[in-house]
Design a protein around this ligand. Sequence first.
Ligand code: CDP
Length: 226
Amino acid sequence: MRIAIDGPGGSGKSTISKILAKKLGLIYIDTGAMYRACAYVSLRFDLHGDALKEFINNAEIDFLQDDGTQRVSMLFQGSEYDLTEAIRTPQVSAKVSEVAADKRIREILTKKQKNLASRKNVIMDGRDIGTVVIPDAEVKIFLNASVDERSHRRYTELKEKYPDISYDEVKDDLMKRDETDIKRETAPLLKAEDAVEIDTTGLSVEEVVQEIMKTVKKKRAAGENI
Ligand code: CDP
């Protein structure tokens, strides 16, 4: 079974996907982490446009399971770099949507993601999974929540690592990214026509998981072999 989870930042995609992956025995692939890795490389090595494309084309992005947490690493010219923490900084967040709007970068990452999804037992989260990466996913979910709820969730997460960060900065970053992600020409943030939309405002993690499990069970009851 392949599950596609799309939605804006802070809507709960990664938390929910990790739980469902465990429950259903699926491999979790965080496609946002791949775009974040590209943004990190762009900032770290001052690479843009074709030069960035060239670098990413020659790099491999890997996900490793480590005691329940997922680590993200990049293999480049025979060396492996652990980027798990580096891709979550406010600087990378502020850059990532610009990099993700670049057609050349999307082309490379979409190909890698389609390849990963060909394994048939994945749960993938992002912005264009149900529309572009796995348009034939058996289950498609679009998570959403009010911008204030999403900002509070992200602020609580980030505050632990960055005590100086303010709520307004976090909200501003989410709103700017929403706008860039929705308005871009290639593979914008969009609910697939056949996706089930869930507004997670005020819902607990368990309630969202149960809601998605209903869709999975319905598909199974309808005789779909998933
Ligand atoms: O941390 P948050 O949930 O806000 O976002 P993320 O899933 O880590 O994705 C970071 C950024 O990558 C998004 O704001 C998009 O610009 C981009 N992205 C994308 O364009 N397509 C995807 N499939 C996944 C992420």
